[in-house]
Design a protein around this ligand. Structure first.
Ligand SMILES: CC(C)(COP(=O)(O)OP(=O)(O)OC[C@H]1O[C@@H](n2cnc3c(N)ncnc32)[C@H](O)[C@@H]1OP(=O)(O)O)[C@@H](O)C(=O)NCCC(=O)NCCS
Length: 175
């Protein structure tokens, strides 16, 4: 299992940190995920005081999580292969300043407990994903997702409710 977890270039100088809870599972090897992975897990902070906080029992397959400010991930979250979670734009949208300033838009991301993020989804800056939500494969999430919502597409929109999925599953088992 190869992975790269990297608290900034000089974490002691930048006061950045990555905290990971108990029983964390990171898959970076092709054959260890049913879909395969095309990159190792890469978790990276790179600003002054930037933080990534990950809860307990979180499982992640070949994906990038990168914070300039803060990304919080709850307990029992599953992150699919090829996902990108970034709290910043990487470069300024202003073409005049792009090469000379650090005017990079940044807003923290909060991912609640029991969230499932499908393969190749992208979670962009400022998004809060509520507990129990599901993010469809390939979704580009630009707005908050309510607790137990199921969203998909680009930009991601509601396509269901994970509570209903639980009820339907139970009803099927009983019938
Ligand atoms: C989001 C997801 C959970 C929804 O599953 P579901 O509740 O069974 O939803 P349905 O297949 O009934 O689709 C509901 C609607 O959403 C659309 N939809 C579902 N998944 C979508 C996706 N990933 N992107 C775009 N639209 C999607 C469907 O086309 C359908 O649209 P319609 O109502 O206009 O016909 C599922 O499609 C998905 O993306 N799963 C993740 C798979 C994955 O990445 N696995 C990796 C595991 S590590």
């Amino acid at each position: 299992m190869m992975r790269y977890i990297h608290a900034g270039f000089y974490p002691w100088l930048l006061n950045s940190k990555i905290e990971i809870g108990k029983r964390f599972y990171a898959v970076s090897k092709m054959s260890w995920n049913s879909l395969g992975v095309f990159q190792p897990v890469f978790i990276h902070t790179f600003g002054i005081g930037s933080q990534i906080i990950i809860g307990d029992d979180v499982g992640i397959s070949g994906c990038t999580i990168t914070a300039l400010e803060k990304i919080t991930i709850g307990n029992r979250v599953l992150v699919g292969s090829g996902v990108l979670i970034t709290d910043n734009d990487g470069h300024s949208v202003n073409p005049i300043d792009r090469h000379i300033s650090n005017d990079i838009a940044v807003k923290p991301i909060v991912i609640g407990d029991d969230v499932f993020i499908g393969a190749r989804a992208i979670i962009l800056k400022g998004v809060t994903i509520g507990n129990g939500a599901v993010i469809g494969a390939g979704a580009v999430v630009t707005k908050d997702v309510p607790a137990y919502g199921i969203v998909a597409g680009n930009p991601a929109k509601a396509v269901g409710d994970s509570r209903r999925a639980v009820l339907e599953h139970r009803a099927e088992k009983l019938s």
